[in-house]
Design a protein around this ligand. Structure first.
Ligand SMILES: Cc1ncc(COP(=O)(O)O)c(C=O)c1O
Length: 382
């Protein structure tokens, strides 16, 4: 079911946008999205402002770059910028949620074995306060059946915290169904969308999570140091996080240490000064993604993913991916007896992938082409 490829001039344009392709075949966007020319331009712009204007740039330039980024992150997931809090990484975004919930009546948090460990750590760290982590198992290492959530979520559950796309299998979860399960039992739903936003169209109004986080590192092409937390607007005013700072204060330039009055909007979940270099790198990455649009990115990435899976099977490999192609995404796990060694050997042939337990993880994105798979499959099949 390979999708029609992007037209040749368009593809050339987007491939040229990422200088790494001059020296390498980059197939590792799900670890770190490659640097685009546009991100470099934007970061240079920031450095020029810092050099020439110093702190004066805060008031008329950098402050508006922050609200621009909140708005643009919001648009990527169908939300308003006022529902977005900026964070330096997913872990701090999760901490601000973990520090918001009241565990006295409902002490359980339901997660799955396939979620990224930083999700679990938030609540393992609160075991001393009586918080209980319920970890759902996976029958196949690829997905977790909805029935497992149905069975686990009850009136002891404060939160279901799980992934939109699993980092270790690329399988897409049915967020709408998860929201319904959580809400029917009076629990909240937090979604780690680090592997979804950018490569999939996401609309939180349709999917219905209470919290949704993602960030620049991977599919949003923004590099490290910038992430976001969406908070469902109807909920925001009722929540108060203890992981806070002066950026959550409604009137932060009053510098009043005597009173903490939180923003009415999602900024109440922010804490301190953002890394502006990371903000600018992310704005550049979004320039590219917005131009293409999430639907087109999904179409092209799906085509490449399906082609890789087919060719891997033809080469005698057994990719670990979801059975149903509709819930696959741009993460393909290829079995390997020596993942670290294979990743090293591939790197010496200028093919950049990543190692995960028993697998080489390959993540095609819209700037890849069929030819990028040749050397990879040749090396892994032998
Ligand atoms: C799905 C997922 N969530 C969270 C993280 C960790 O995020 P951070 O380092 O931004 O806290 C990763 C790391 O790669 C990840 O893949």
């Amino acid at each position: 079911m390979a999708a029609a490829p992007v037209s040749a001039p368009l593809l050339r344009r987007y491939r040229d946008e990422f200088p790494i392709f001059r020296n390498a075949i980059y197939l590792n966007s799900c670890s770190l999205g490659p640097l685009s020319r546009r991100s470099r331009l934007r970061v240079n712009q920031y450095l020029d402002q810092w050099e020439s204007r110093g702190a004066a740039a805060w008031y008329d330039t950098w402050w508006s770059a922050l609200s621009e980024l909140r708005d643009r992150y919001g648009r990527m997931i169908g939300a308003s910028g006022s529902a977005i809090a900026l964070h330096p990484n997913i872990s701090t975004a999760l901490t601000s949620v973990a520090e918001t919930l009241d565990y006295r009546q409902r002490r359980r948090v339901v997660i799955t074995r396939l979620d990224f460990p930083t999700v679990a750590y938030q609540w393992l760290a609160r075991a001393g306060e009586g918080v209980e982590l319920v970890m759902l198992d996976t029958p196949d290492g690829v997905q977790v059946p909805l029935e497992a959530f149905e069975r686990a979520v009850d009136d002891r559950t404060a939160l279901v915290a799980t992934s939109h796309v699993f980092f270790t299998s690329g399988a897409i979860q049915d967020v709408r169904a998860l929201a319904d399960i959580a809400h029917r039992r009076g629990a909240l739903l937090l979604i780690d969308g680090y592997h979804a936003v950018g490569q999939l169209p996401v609309d939180v109004a349709v999917l219905g999570p209470d919290f949704y986080c993602a960030g620049g590192l991977k599919w949003l092409l923004g590099g490290s140091g910038i992430a976001f937390l969406y908070v469902r607007p109807e909920l925001t005013g009722t929540l108060q996080t203890r992981a806070t700072g002066w950026f959550s204060h409604r009137d932060q330039f009053r510098f009043d240490p005597g009173e903490l009055v939180l923003h009415d909007d999602a900024r109440r979940f922010e804490a301190g000064t953002p890394g502006m270099g990371a903000v600018y790198a992310q704005l550049g990455g979004l320039d590219v993604l917005e131009e293409l649009g999430a639907a087109e990115i999904r179409r092209v990435t799906m085509g490449l993913t399906e082609e890789l899976i087919e060719r891997a099977r033809a080469a005698g490999l057994r990719p670990k991916v979801a059975v149903d192609p509709a819930v696959r995404s741009g993460i393909v796990m290829l079995p390997s007896d020596d993942p670290a060694g294979d990743v090293r050997r591939l790197a010496s042939a200028n093919v950049i992938t990543d190692a995960r337990p028993a697998h080489v993880r390959v993540s095609p994105y819209f700037y890849n082409v069929s030819d990028d798979f040749g050397a990879l499959l040749e090396l892994l099949k032998s």
